[in-house]
Design a protein around this ligand. Sequence first.
Ligand code: AMP
Length: 326
Amino acid sequence: IETNVIGSLNELDGVGHRVVQGGSLFSKPTRVDDKVIAAIEGLIPLAPLHNPGNLAGIKVSLEQSPNVPQVAVFDTAFHATLPEHAYLYALPYKLYETANVRRYGFHGTSHHFIVKEAAKYLNKPVNELNAITLHLGNGASMAAVKNGQSIDTTMGLTPLEGLIMGTRSGDIDPAIMFYLARTQGYSIDDLDKLLNKESGLKGICGNNDMREIGKMAEEGDAKAKLALEMFSYRIKKYIGSYSAVLGRVDCIIFTGGIGENDSQVRANSCSHLLNLGIEIDLAVNNQRCSAITTISTEKSPVKVLVIPTNEELEIALQTKEVIEKQ
Ligand code: AMP
């Protein structure tokens, strides 16, 4: 309104809202009504840090423009195609049935967007594309995408599992928590804070900003070097396991603040992987990738791409699709 793009909020055709946790209830973007609001509220125990804020946004927007369609776009929706053997934890099955304990996966809007962009770029139908997608930002996750659909992903019930992140540990032995509780007096809240806010890159080297960690490493900081090494090593392990899961990999896609900008992380994560058909062209990789860029060598059977993500655009496109269908 201030910039005169629109004269009033009622001129909008729709409002798209990012909602982090859609549980097993939402596998598609969904027009918001009272039932949908109640369902998102019901999912708060699974995403106590995120869903309340997402709901607050929806409610304010409904107040401001009650006649404009509101659409919820779920971060979990792209991973709704995970097969049972990938989304279940080897816990008593009853916990899945009674408490919804399973892998949901997150960053779905971004993974979905870059898969569609890659298909266009490689001139291949999206439903024939096999990809390993890496969203590396402050939060980081990977997905194995077969025929355009997510079949596995590193984040789990919550965004804590999987890769090493800015302040999150990613995968650890769960027994570390019992050990710390029993021997160091950690409470549940202490452990939550430890693993979500004090671990990851920050836990290892005291900083969670990849640009600064890069500078610290260049200046010889041993802990920063170690944090970088650990970050890429974890990614490499998942590239290996997702290559095994997919069989044929057409492309590996890097996105997010780190994935789009940090050539060192890309090079280290993909080094010595020629046995999996992955070889990066270090000279091209070192250039700035502000548009879609192929950073693999000509002879690399697996294309390695850098694709700038655009979650806002993807949310807008999905919102448009929902409104047009109605
Ligand atoms: P995001 O959550 O996608 O905004 O990504 C944030 C992360 O990207 C932070 O760790 C930043 O330090 C990192 N990042 C942003 N720009 C750069 C850059 N030019 N080089 C390295 N890392 C970057």
